[in-house]
Write a protein that binds this ligand. Structure first.
Ligand code: NAG
Ligand code: NAG
Ligand code: NAG
Ligand code: NAG
Ligand code: NAG
Ligand code: NAG
Ligand code: NAG
Ligand code: NAG
Ligand code: NAG
Length: 898
């Protein structure tokens, strides 16, 4: 989100899950009769067209009516409070809370209308998944992908932050929540499980965790628990199949003239099984963690926009996964009024296009839609109840008051316009509250635990007081324009600490590798030389030749589509090193027989040009570390910390080995991206097609060696898969709000702000009803039959029954204390047509030299099931299931049959 390009030209997408013709409510209302006629005609034509010409184009099944939130699980209390509260709201108030006030209207990237009668201010929604965006005195945490490479869900910090006791992933979520809260942000826009990482070049993969749905699911769960424990509502995003940047929005793509003109966002065409087993899996964990909000994506899924895809929002998220909170759009990704509401959307952000032109599909239009009867009021009530339930459950569960917003996203001046774009309400606007606490030590801890050692010939590392260190490459040093020199980190100058786009935050300070290595080297009595000019080969050669240890720093960058860096339009154009990094490494190595390569990258890069060079003695994968790149790298290089990070993705020998790629050039007006690879992405693809990777998923070396023994499998439960216990609610047939137009117009004393979105309707509005060709059951008060796979948070509660317990013993054979990640993979019987291996458990343990520990993995019904598209439920395939435990996806020394 956070797109800053002009509002997209609103088109009328044809989709099965939504209304075939999208008209804004008000427009419909005025021309109801005419439109109904045109509609019938259009519908007929399109249906005909569909069957005749678009036989193969993916379609979405409709899923109506939108399920009412029921107070499942531990949401019951929040629900009864929310229902009571909403019963006392007026129509205008209800509309106000569903609709953003406009781009740059208020202080946050998204703000809802307020409820002045009840003394409730607007809700503040703010980026990003790794820190509070657009403000100062915040921490910039390691990126999602970096955090995932800790594989740390058990390790407890000993004494650092007294309230942090769980895992590094949890602790990061908690620390993020503390900072958002400290700035007065109600909804933190993260974490990310979409993109999942279908293809390694996709621009925003680094905002999420891993292309493995299990690892991402654990990271989503832990992050959300941590963040929401502070009273800040987390936002699981972007739902769903948001797997590339090119063509995510037509207007944005059309701004880049070299591409085909497109009329709609790209459609990610995903089959039902793949959707369940890969892309939806981590979102189920998010729901299970009690996440308060979801954000839909820019793309279409099977030719229906994510923000109005009734199958995804009503069917999968709200019914099958039992989601009880609210669903918002990505920024300016709403494409219809009544239709998006009926499809399950609860909140529109930022309420309008970008920049704001004062119009909205909701706001005024939503008020009209309820008054003229085109939107049943129970749906609006459910939207609002969901928002307040999330507030009651997460924010208001304690009695402490939530801070007011104390910053402005749009200026760093102390004073300015609180209502920014139109320039109103000049006041003190930035309090510059320092919310960082002692989070810098947590950041170093995460980085030290996430650096992946990929090569280490003859114990090159840890360094042993080298006589002369040569540091080579711009990726070791500062951005000369300053750590925040490029807005939203939209450049590749200096060492790479984050990708670019809305998923970033401004650095309060920044420690480069050069700075940290130099100060450590001095204390070791080493000499240090450096060349930060990537193309100054004469100086690189000369400097490398005189050193005893060379550190060659290279990177590869990507980000969000609204910024292009070196012609990379969000997605990477290639997965090789930038700034001729291969040449830089090769020249360094040609002159230095002890060349250690350090890579900062958003994802895999191809290492083949030099990985087997005899003088490349070590390779350190330092990822996207956030504000402190140097300190933890030094700890690993010099051996204060024994590396324990593991790759959260596969590094291939060739880009084509991944079997998937970004669609860089569209061939149709509505680009169709068929996910033909199905379940086979990342290591699942390499295993299935027997392709040798350079470094496999889950791989990472230590300065010690660990052995695995004593695999034990125990049956934990025989409990059968039970039926969905949930009974859907029937909407209360409340008397719909009616009245005169004049009851809903601007109050006479009201002073309107230009381009601001309000719930009031124009005085000349007509609120007579009319007939409207809804899709079947869209406005029914009889609920849709519930999915057998639903009934609890994250799906049917029996999916989470533990059926088996697997244990294994890990021993540290020395010579250093260290940590190892025991990884459990399963192989399902061949009848399942499943990937050869799938991660289904991991445990990170810390061991002294010669010490052993036994780890236990719980295998749930979900872990052993596949999605059966015929019965529309999870099923454990019949036949033997093999369990593997070991140190990477291809180094699994323990094997047994369940
Ligand atoms: C709706 O929100 C706006 C902006 O916060 C506020 O000015 C207005 O009074 C609210 N309207 C109602 C009816 O609460
Ligand atoms: C309501 O929707 C119509 C039709 O889509 C649009 O033209 C109009 O600007 C909207 N009204 C407001 C007040 O946003
Ligand atoms: C909040 O305050 C009420 C009334 O003072 C009290 O009954 C309740 O226990 C408090 N809740 C918490 C979580 O402190
Ligand atoms: C590692 O060290 C041994 C013993 O000094 C030496 O024989 C061997 O060639 C070295 N290996 C590499 C790859 O440099
Ligand atoms: C920084 O990046 C910009 C844009 O990517 C580039 O044009 C510029 O030359 C760079 N500056 C330095 C000092 O590297
Ligand atoms: C640097 O060293 C490499 C390998 O020895 C050589 O090919 C290249 O020509 C050298 N470049 C310069 C400018 O010295
Ligand atoms: C890959 O992309 C980077 C960044 O744009 C560029 O510097 C590099 O030259 C490209 N590599 C190849 C082989 O095209
Ligand atoms: C390795 O480095 C030494 C300099 O230390 C150099 O003489 C040798 O040619 C290099 N080897 C290769 C294969 O480039
Ligand atoms: C590199 O070359 C130096 C000087 O010839 C030699 O002492 C050293 O052992 C070599 N290092 C490696 C890792 O081969």
């Amino acid at each position: 989100m956070g797109d800053q390009r002009p509002k997209q030209n609103i088109r009328h997408p044809w989709s099965w899950s939504s209304f075939p013709h999208i008209g804004r409510t008000a427009a419909w209302f005025l021309f109801a009769a005419v439109m109904a006629a045109i509609f019938a005609l259009l519908l007929g034509l399109l249906l005909h067209h569909h069957t005749a010409a678009q036989q193969s184009r993916a379609v979405t099944d409709p899923w109506y009516p939108s399920p009412l939130a029921s107070g499942l699980d531990d949401w019951g209390d929040a629900y009864s409070r929310a229902r009571n509260f909403v019963a006392g709201l007026t129509l205008l108030e209800k509309v106000n809370i569903t609709t953003g006030t406009g781009w740059q209207s208020d202080r946050c990237v998204g703000n809802t209308g307020s409820l002045p009668r009840l003394g409730l201010g607007s809700l503040c929604l703010q980026d990003s998944p790794l820190g509070v965006r657009f403000t100062d005195y915040v921490s910039v945490f390691p990126s999602g992908v970096q955090t995932a490479s800790t594989w740390d869900k058990e390790y407890a910090l000993s004494n650092m932050l007294n309230d942090l006791t769980y895992s590094l992933i949890y602790n990061r979520g908690l620390a993020l929540g503390q900072e958002f809260r400290g700035k007065g942000v109600n909804v933190a826009l993260g974490p990310v499980a979409g993109p999942l990482g279908r293809t390694p070049a996709a621009g925003r993969n680094w905002e999420g965790f891993s292309p493995d749905p299990y690892l991402t699911g654990v990271a989503m769960y832990q992050t959300i628990l941590g963040t929401q424990s502070t009273g800040v509502i987390a936002c699981a995003k972007h739902l769903i199949a948001n797997e590339q940047e090119h063509y995510r929005q037509a207007a944005e793509s059309n701004g880049i003239k070299t591409h085909r003109h497109t009329t709609e966002s790209l459609s990610s065409n995903v089959d039902d099984r793949t959707l369940h087993e890969l892309y939806l899996w981590p979102f189920a964990d998010a729901v299970r963690a009690g996440v308060g909000s979801f954000m839909t994506s820019y793309n279409q899924i099977n030719n229906s926009y994510a923000s109005q895809n009734s199958k995804i929002i009503n069917g999968l998220l709200k019914d099958e996964l039992g989601f009880q909170g609210f669903v918002m759009t990505d920024w300016a990704a709403q494409h219809s009024g009544v239709e998006s509401s009926l499809s399950g959307l609860d909140m529109t952000m930022p309420g309008t296009g970008i920049p704001s032109d004062g119009t909205s599909y909701w706001g005024s239009n939503l008020t009209l839609a309820v008054l003229n009867g085109s939107l049943p009021e129970w749906r609006l009530d459910d939207q609002v109840t969901r928002i307040f339930a999330a507030l009651y459950k997460i924010q208001n569960k304690s009695n402490s008051t939530f801070p007011e917003v104390n910053f402005s996203s749009w200026t760093s001046d102390d004073e300015g316009d609180a209502i920014f774009a139109p320039g109103e309400q000049y006041q003190r606007i930035n309090d510059h509250v320092d919310v960082r606490r002692s989070h810098s030590s947590l950041i170093r801890e995460i980085n030290a635990n996430s650096i992946v050692l990929l090569k280490n010939i003859n114990s090159t590392l840890p360094l042993k007081s080298p006589k002369q260190i040569a540091i080579i490459g711009s990726n070791a040093g500062p951005n000369l324009a300053g750590p925040n020199g490029c807005p939203d980190r939209g450049c590749d100058n200096g060492t790479l600490a984050l990708g670019w786009g809305s998923g970033t935050a401004d650095f309060s300070y920044f420690i480069t590798p050069l700075e940290a290595i130099q100060s450590r080297a001095i204390s070791e009595g080493s000499g240090v030389q450096y060349v930060l000019e990537d193309y100054n080969y004469a100086q690189i050669n000369a400097t490398a030749r005189r050193a005893t240890t060379c550190l060659a720093f290279i990177n590869s960058n990507s980000g969000e589509h609204y910024i292009s860096v070196d012609l990379n339009e969000g997605d990477r154009n290639n997965i090789t090193a930038w700034h001729d990094g291969d040449q830089l490494v090769s020249f360094t190595a040609a002159n230095c027989n002890n060349t250690i390569v350090v890579v900062n990258s958003v994802g895999p890069i191809i290492l083949e040009p030099w990985i087997n060079h005899p003088n490349v003695t070590a390779l350190v994968w330092a990822g996207l570390p956030g504000e402190d790149s140097g300190s933890s790298l030094v700890q690993v290089l010099f051996g204060d910390v024994n590396p324990s990070g593991k790759l959260p993705y596969t590094i291939a020998k060739s880009a084509s080995d991944y079997g998937t790629n970004v669609m860089y050039e569209a061939t149709e007006d509505v680009p169709q991206q068929d996910f033909t690879e199905g379940l086979f992405i990342d290591y699942r693809h390499f295993d299935q097609y027997k392709i040798e990777p350079r470094f496999e998923f889950g791989f990472g070396l230590s300065y010690s060696t660990f052995s695995f023994s004593s695999l034990l499998i125990e049956k934990a439960s025989d409990s059968p898969y039970k039926a969905n216990p949930y009974v859907p609610l029937t909407p209360i047939n409340a008397t719909p709000t009616r009245g005169k137009v004049s009851d809903y117009t601007f109050p006479s004393t009201f002073s309107r702000v230009k381009n601001y979105i309000y719930p009031y309707i124009p005085a000349d509005s007509n609120i007579d009803g009319g007939s409207y060709p809804y899709p079947p059951h869209a406005v029914d008060t009889t609920p849709h039959p519930p999915s057998p796979a639903g009934g609890g948070p994250g799906g049917n509660p029996s999916l989470y029954d533990v059926l088996y317990r697997v244990s294994a013993t890990i021993t540290n054979n020395g010579p250093h204390p260290g940590k190892e990640v025991a990884q459990l993979y399963i192989n399902l019987p061949s009848s399942a047509n499943a990937p050869p291996k799938q991660l289904r458990g991991f445990e990170k343990v810390s061991l002294d030299v010669n010490a052993s520990a036994t780890v236990t993995f719980n295998l749930t019904r979900r872990d052993l099931s596949i999605w059966d598209v015929k019965v529309q439920n999870w099923v454990i395939p019949t036949g033997p299931i093999t369990v593997f435990v070991g140190r990477s996806s291809r180094d699994l020394e323990l094997v047994n049959i369940l």
